[in-house]
Design a protein around this ligand. Sequence first.
Ligand code: SF4
Length: 545
Amino acid sequence: MGLRSAYASAHYWCSSRHTLGDRTVASTTNFRAMGAGGPILDVEHLTTEFRTTRGLLRAVDDVTFTLDRGETLGIVGESGSGKSVLVRSIMNILPRTASITGSVKFEGRDVGTLPKAEQRHFWGTQMAMVFQDPMTSLNPVKRVGHQITDPLKYHMKMNREESNARALELLRLVGIPEPERRLRQYPHELSGGMRQRIGIAIALACNPKLLIADEPTTALDVTVQKQILDLLKGLQRELHMAMILITHDLGVVAGRADRIAVMYGGRVAETADTRVLFRNMKHPYTEALLNSIPRIEHESHTRLHAISGRPPDMVNPPPGCRFAPRCLYAQESCTAELPPLLPSNEPGHRFACYFPPRPDRSGGVLMAGTGKAHLRDGDDVLLRVENLVVEFPAGRNRDVYAVSGVSFDVKAGETLGLVGESGCGKSTTGRAVMQLPHPTSGSVKFDGVEMTTLSSEDLRRTRTRMQMIFQDPISSLNPRRKVKDIVAEGLSIWGSTIGTFSKTRVNEVLDAVGLDPDIVADRRPHQFSGGQCQRICIARALVLD
Ligand code: SF4
């Protein structure tokens, strides 16, 4: 079934429910008609604050924008810039510690003033969200089919046959093969890309007019990322939904968003039509984000360009421009007052900077990691992998080759990229290097020591010098532990042999990954964005040096 026929069918379900006289849905119909013509979403002076032990944390600060029907807005910024809190404020799905001021109007109606029962119908039927991590956003103990049919029964009042038929239709819509079989499966039986397609199917189930995708591809392989982004864009065009696409990567929104808003320190730093922004960016932070995209044609692509320093502390933000401590264009007056979001000479282009970059002016942003990788004197091989083979039993006397005859060297200070689609064996190769699992055959030499023949005790000791950072930061952190305990875990395990627990060391590595130890040490993983969680994982991996 094509997209259009699926869409028509979705409308059929809505219409049939309306004629059955469901009161809530009927009021939604009036709501749709009332707003026709104007922007679908009108956000004005939105400010969101959280009560914390350190004081009020202003995560979103005076954000104003509108979104038209069928339009895609890309919201871009690094972790902690306020983009996820912004969309959760729009949907009004924040914890009780949050307070929201300003207004969010959807088709002319203020979402914040809707009665709770109506708000619940609003989520799903009017605006829906695709979350960052499909593994944690899906219920692990419920079959996929039930997770899709639940909102159909609740919001659209469908019976079992109707909701099952619609679920099948949705799975076909999002490109899932063998949909009948998938409906009976649990999330852990599906690949990451397939799980995210299920997340999209759930979001589209009740035919929303606004789809919010919050970093929908961060937890996925690069090839699957493109498929999911293209799928979202295709569905958005076909179903004529408005879409807000949140990402930390300017490259993701290029070619997929009509308009881009760059956020920094809870505020919009720059906004423009996508083409205008890439042609004529005015804010040093936008410029820095663009420079941080690795380009294969540049010799320096061997190193990632990061923006030095860390995002501002939103409990005590720096005076004046929040980007000033990281901006080489900064002048004294930048720290006197917050720069307002002013129009440029191109329609729809606004930026908040007193001294925007010009081709004739040197300056820029403190970038880290520029230039080529520096190899250690002598360029010694630190890791040598030869003819690595990993087999897994597949039942009935059959084995599956996950890795077959892989060999490579890595020198000290060198970065080796292993690239390939899901299932090609790259993760198994990485794990087999750590002897998780033990390879079936082949050799892994780390600093001259053959790893495959080490005793368990020697292997544990050697692993203190090799660490892994996992793909999914959220599920690889213990949700019950504080950040300082998570990062210090390796130190406390090895305390008797390589030094006692060191608060200084924990602070050092948190600082190195761009997190302020005074702010993050006593918080738990759920209080961070996906990007910040990954920084915590990196700190944990680095703590043993
Ligand atoms: S030049 Fe000044 S106002 Fe502009 S981003 Fe840099 S610090 Fe902020």
